[in-house]
Design a protein around this ligand. Structure first.
Ligand code: SF4
Length: 223
């Protein structure tokens, strides 16, 4: 048993190194017991109501209940967290000063339809965020595949936030399948993981300041 734990620990370190080679800005191991579950993450999908709720295939209520994920998590012995950092570091001025989240969201939405000079800046910024998320998804997919090839057949990867791979998700009500089923990943928050606290426990910095580059965080459970 000790031998197996030691070999898993060194394999997790190898995976972190691999993630860095694939373009992650940081990658760290985390004891599964340090992954924090807090049901309030699900409340934050509803208050204020997220525009992805009941639409995005990777978001609530289209994912498993937190209670089920909690039970599954208990069966795992290894985990790593992976972070990718946005290439565009400064937040467009329009998004630093809006009076509220609703206003910021309206600005981002309208930027996709109009192409005035300032809106192009916001569109570029939102695309940079998406590119960064896509980079994370690719790394997660590659790490997960590597684990499965090497005998860790329960390896499973997740990402933070709604899936932004398409400009518009097919949506549950369309009855259509996901366009990128092997790339898209369930939101960790949707499964009850407090990503901020979990990342801090693992020593990863999570940025919310206007003048700092945004990052995306993902996780691979390994067993
Ligand atoms: S890849 Fe596209 S269709 Fe699939 S969940 Fe993400 S946004 Fe929706």
């Amino acid at each position: 048993m000790i031998e197996r734990e030691q070999s898993l620990e060194s394999y997790l370190k190898f995976l972190c190194q691999k993630a860095l080679e694939l373009g992650a800005s940081e990658a760290v191991t985390i004891p599964v017991t340090d992954i924090v579950i807090d049901e309030r993450t699900r409340l934050k999908c509803l208050v204020p109501l997220c525009s992805f709720y009941d639409i995005n295939l990777m978001c609530p209520p289209n994912v498993m209940p937190i209670s089920e994920f909690k039970e599954i998590l208990k069966r795992y012995h290894g985990a790593i967290l992976i972070k990718t950092t946005n290439a565009v570091s400064s937040l467009p001025e329009e998004l630093t000063n809006p009076v509220g989240l609703a206003e910021a969201w309206e600005i981002v939405k309208s930027a996709r339809k109009n192409v005035s000079e300032r809106q192009t800046v916001i569109t570029d910024y939102s695309h940079a965020l998406r590119d960064n998320q896509e980079r994370l998804y690719k790394i997660i997919e590659q790490i997960e595949s590597l684990c499965i090839r090497e005998g860790y057949h329960f390896a499973a990867g997740f990402a933070a936030g709604a899936c932004l791979l398409c400009d518009e998700c097919v949506g549950v009500k369309s009855g259509l399948p996901c366009r990128y089923p092997f790339k898209a990943r369930t939101s960790m928050g949707a499964l009850g993981i407090d990503v901020v606290v979990t990342a801090k426990r693992a020593g990863l910095k999570v940025n919310f300041a206007h003048n700092e580059a945004r990052s995306c965080i993902g996780m691979v459970l390994v067993d």
